[in-house]
Design a protein around this ligand. Structure first.
Ligand code: 3HC
Length: 285
């Protein structure tokens, strides 16, 4: 297992999947992105083209390199088109049933020594791996939002993961120019285990201390050196993703700080999901 990675598949081209595909093509890796409809695939390609275009405008990337990167991205709606991928990164909805189905199908489609990775942020990699054959080829590769800008990738070792697969995923993340860190498959892995309760505390402080989202964001930027304030960050991550991750941590560890605050649960129910829906703590165009 764990052959050289020349071609990568990315399943699901939402915010994270599109970002991961962008990182791969910019690192010179042939990439096949799979979405459920051609329109969703094209929308992701459009977003990637936009960010590459911005980098060209700012002089951080040559037009030639930008064009070459974009040409490395192929789109498909068929999982069968991932047959010759050496690594597939799944970045679909955070739903165990969907992921089980994908990992079952992918196991049949890809070569026997291909690696299957999941970008899950809140589900158990061990549970996801249980649907794959063999489960030893499954590893967590948890990128951070926005994937093209955030250096960290958590390389998550499930109960079943072959250590050679962990090493191959780690080496590949390095090849992408990322800063990988190995960890076990525990709720929230490393960063979310710490960050999610902290963001929940920030949201609770809004009401407790009678502070506005603008002021709590300024407080954490100017008092704690955060690159962006907690409300801006929750809007970036997405209220739905944050609530799901909070609930998963709460289910797994039962620490009250992990339970999502009522305020963001209500926002999620109202469809105020942050940047992606145009409204969260802030409004976006
Ligand atoms: N994809 C690709 N390129 C992007 C991008 C994206 N999503 N977003 C922005 N860019 C590019 C743009 O071209 C932008 O330039 P432009 O605005 O002129 O077009 C360029 O990057 C740089 O943007 P900024 O000047 O706004 O960069 P900043 O210096 O402000 O840094 C940041 C942005 C890196 C996002 C910084 O604010 C930061 O580190 N924020 C914290 C983010 C964070 O904590 N993420 C983790 C969330 S938790 C998580 O993801 C886990 C999950 O499981 C929930």
């Amino acid at each position: 297992m764990a052959r050289e990675i020349q071609k990568v598949g990315v399943v699901g081209l939402g915010t994270m999947g599109a970002g991961i595909a962008q990182v791969c093509i910019q690192a010179g890796v042939e990439t096949v992105g799979r979405e459920v409809t051609p329109e969703l695939g094209e929308a992701a390609r459009g977003k990637i083209a936009h960010f590459l275009g911005r980098a060209v405008e700012k002089g951080r990337l040559s037009q030639e390199d930008g064009d070459a990167a974009l040409a490395r991205l192929k789109l498909t709606t068929e999982l069968a088109d991932l047959a010759d991928c050496d690594l597939v990164v799944e970045a679909a909805f955070e739903d165990l049933t969907i992921k089980h189905e994908l990992f079952r199908e992918l196991s049949e489609v890809v070569g026997e020594d291909a690696i299957l990775a999941t970008n899950t942020s809140a589900l158990s990699v061990t549970e996801i791996a249980s649907a794959a054959a063999p489960p030893e080829r499954v590893v967590g590769m948890h990128f951070f939002n926005p994937a093209p800008l955030m250096p960290l990738v958590e390389i998550v070792r499930a109960q079943q993961t072959d250590e050679a697969v962990v090493d191959a995923a780690y080496a590949f993340a390095q090849r992408l120019g990322k800063e990988p860190v190995r960890c076990n498959d525990t709720p929230g892995f490393i960063v979310n285990r710490i960050l999610i309760p902290l963001l929940n505390d920030c949201v609770r402080v809004l009401d407790e201390a009678g502070v506005s989202p603008e002021d709590i964001d300024r407080a954490m930027r100017f008092g704690a050196g955060w690159p962006m304030g907690p409300c801006t960050l929750v809007d970036l991550v997405g209220l739905d993703v944050h609530v799901h991750a909070s609930e998963a941590l709460w289910q797994g560890l039962r620490e009250p700080r992990m339970a999502p605050p009522a305020r963001i649960v209500a926002m999620e129910k109202a469809g105020h999901l942050g940047r992606k829906s145009g409204r969260g703590f802030y409004e976006y165009q």
